[in-house]
Design a protein around this ligand. Structure first.
Ligand SMILES: O=C(O)C(=O)C[C@]1(C(=O)O)C=C[C@@H](O)C=C1
Length: 376
């Protein structure tokens, strides 16, 4: 048997040939790219790639190598596509993304909508982002807020998208797909839940607790010490507080913020009852125009993937290749298609960056229903 050193010398020789051939292959792909730029054609040719995979698979001697050569060629062709997307972008074949860069949001004159009633965390987030004196109104549901934006009744909506302990606010993700509204800002609000009731209420009297489902989830540890309390979910924590005041029933309490308790004339019975003391919620600011701040640094997109092995992996490789940092990925079922998913991805970047244009160009060709949700 040959010694290890000898085998490695042979491998080095083979690799030298592979590297040389790889560069030769990429040169030819670059020429193909030039033709595609001239004809403003598509980079991805699925049929050609399928034929190529079949062809190389038919040339090897066993099943193990068949899988291997196909994986290798998938990678090779993905590299040539990435080179060609770059050529397209450099030649201006992508141009600007359909968003207009602006210097700042007109916060002073804006009319803003939030979901819930006075005292809602959404109101606190809105005041944090737009300032105490901002012109605002509230609606009952997230959908109402999206509609108010789409109809032009409000310029901006402030909506929760993610909580640090309960995770995604899935309804808002789905609404971002359904409505032609775009994210232009975000703000993170620390969430401190309290147990609030009518003034003078004793904890022993309580039989029912009202709150938003997520808030009940975020206070599980405290509530599990009171297993006899019935937990009832309502649309918003401030709605829960309002209900306690209106019902005038001291067997009831609400999980809400100290602010909501104060707004609705309740007493804080137990302060800071959230399981995680760093609990915070990220709110997004949405508008009906395709605009982005020129100094924006985060992009949110969503897309569906073909229902095939490796398709998400291949799409995400665009971020790696273009050296973009992905900060979040979330999936939601695609309506009407059982077990198929839409992925929501956040990544660092600005729409003016070549790396971002490159990535979007690749994803637009290779993913299904790509939507840019905003740059903020
Ligand atoms: O044949 C082409 O059109 C190429 O650009 C070459 C190539 C490849 O690498 O083989 C790359 C991308 C296409 O999707 C198909 C094949």
């Amino acid at each position: 048997m040959a010694a290890l050193d000898d085998l490695r010398i042979r491998l080095d020789e083979i690799d030298g040939q592979i590297v040389r051939l790889y560069e030769e292959r990429m040169k030819v792909c670059e020429e193909v790219g030039e033709l595609k730029v001239k004809s403003w054609g598509r980079v991805l040719d699925r049929q050609r790639e399928r034929n190529k995979l079949n062809d190389v698979a038919s040339r090897v001697s066993n099943d193990f190598n068949r899988k291997g050569i196909q994986e290798l060629y998938e990678q090779l062709m993905s590299m040539s596509r990435k080179l060609q997307y770059q050529q397209m972008v450099e030649a201006g074949a992508l141009g600007r993304l359909p968003f207009i860069g602006i210097d700042s949001l007109e916060k002073d004159t804006a009319r803003v909508v939030y979901q819930g009633v006075e005292g809602a965390y959404g109101q606190a987030a809105m005041l944090k982002f737009f300032g105490e004196g901002c012109n605002n109104f509230h609606v009952r549901t997230f959908r109402d807020a999206m509609e108010a934006i789409e109809d032009g009744a409000a310029d901006y909506a402030v909506l929760p998208i993610e909580n640090s302990s309960a995770g995604a606010v899935t309804e808002v993700y789905d609404l971002l797909v359904e409505f032609e509204n775009y994210i232009v800002g975000e703000t993170i609000l620390p969430v401190r839940h309290t147990l609030a009731g009518l003034p003078g209420t004793d904890l022993n009297q309580i039989r029912r607790v009202y709150s938003k489902a997520e808030a009940l989830m975020q206070t599980t540890r405290f509530l599990s010490d009171h297993p006899d309390w019935e937990q009832i979910s309502v649309v918003n924590t401030a709605v829960a507080a309002k209900k306690i005041l209106e019902d005038k029933d001291s067997t009831q309490a609400a999980v809400c913020s100290a602010y909501a308790a104060q707004v609705h004339g309740l007493s804080v019975l137990v302060d800071e009852i959230n399981d995680d003391s760093n609990n915070s919620t990220r709110f997004i600011v949405v508008t009906n125009q395709k605009v982005f701040l020129k100094d924006a640094s985060k992009i949110s997109i969503c897309f569906e993937v073909p229902h095939q092995s490796g398709s998400l992996y291949r799409l995400l490789s665009h971020f790696i290749y273009n050296d973009l940092n992905m900060s979040r990925i979330e999936s939601r079922p695609v309506e009407g298609k059982s077990w198929e998913y839409r992925f929501f991805v956040d990544f660092d970047g600005n729409m003016g960056d070549a790396a971002v244009k490159n990535t979007i160009r690749g994803l637009r060709e290779e993913a299904i229903n790509l939507k840019i949700l905003g740059n903020y």
